[in-house]
Ligand binder design. Sequence first.
Ligand SMILES: [Zn+2]
Length: 369
Amino acid sequence: MTNSNKLFRWRDPYDTGGTQALFAAAMEENARFQAENCPDYGRILREQGGSAPGDPAALPPIPTLYFKRHALFSLPERRLLIKATSSGTSGAMSRMAFDAGSLLRGLCMVWRMTRYHHLLSPVPCHYLILGYEPHRGNDTAFSKTGYGFTFFAPALSRTYALVWRDGDYQLDLEGLRRRLLRCARGPFPIRTIGFPAYTWLLLSQMEKEGIRLQMPRGSKITMGGGWKQFEGQKVEKAELYRLAESVLGIAEADCVEFFGAVEHPILYTTCPYHHFHVPVYSRVVIRDVDTLEPVPNGTPGLVNLMTPMVRSVPILSVMTDDIGILHDADTCGCGIHSPWLEILGRVGARGLVTCAAGAAEFLKGGEGR
Ligand SMILES: [Zn+2]
């Protein structure tokens, strides 16, 4: 069995301490494969002086921006099963494609993570998807992952916030609200899936109308896609949890958030204290915005994400344009023994050089951006 496969079958998904050597070996294995099968990656690796055995952080992090401009594949097209593009808020999109082996590793990860976080359930439920209704021609990863999340528990129904009507997507909050009112009287739990911004929008509107519901036991609010749509609205997570409790009767502990990116398809899931602990499948390095050298835990910097999951694309070490902090495990208190990642914000898509400069600006300006 390859080291990567062994890593993705590891029993405890948060045993980052016990998988250090295995993770490094899996990264080396992946780097070797990429260098042999993706000429561009081979060149980048050579220019950067190659890899350092046992130290994945020494591999050159490829900026996510690079994938938005270059489609790099390390396997022939016939081996690529699922194609996805990032949501591309600025117009540029990363094109990714995954082979069977990578998808299988992804599936093992999803199984372990969802089981660990009690998201797998045999009890059927109604899904309210605060995202795009799947439609031919919409390849964004969100519409696929959003749909994928409706298989954690058997689906009785799927109601979408963004419905495809007359050749365009339209926001249909009314449809969601009708569904929620109906579900509150039924025996089956609900699960919402989607952007926190839409979740907040729906809940705050319902609250304004004086709606107070008690959703059936086992109902959950699950969120993904980040908080970036909140910019300018200054909505705190705490406010969203309060709304979930007051409008739907869903407790804060049943509000779960996911994090991941098309260039780093690892499923991060929040712990009971709403922190994203790093699972065995990945490692996070926070880098100084000027020197790009790794900084100690607790210090903000550019977020570099690493995983040996994917073979079809050289995304083993990617540099995001996010500013974040890696916190020591014991600063959380939930009992998970792996550090947790806090994303502070995005520096903007102005190129990596200006991106690093922007990061410095961001750090100087504190929270003002
Ligand atoms: Zn925690």
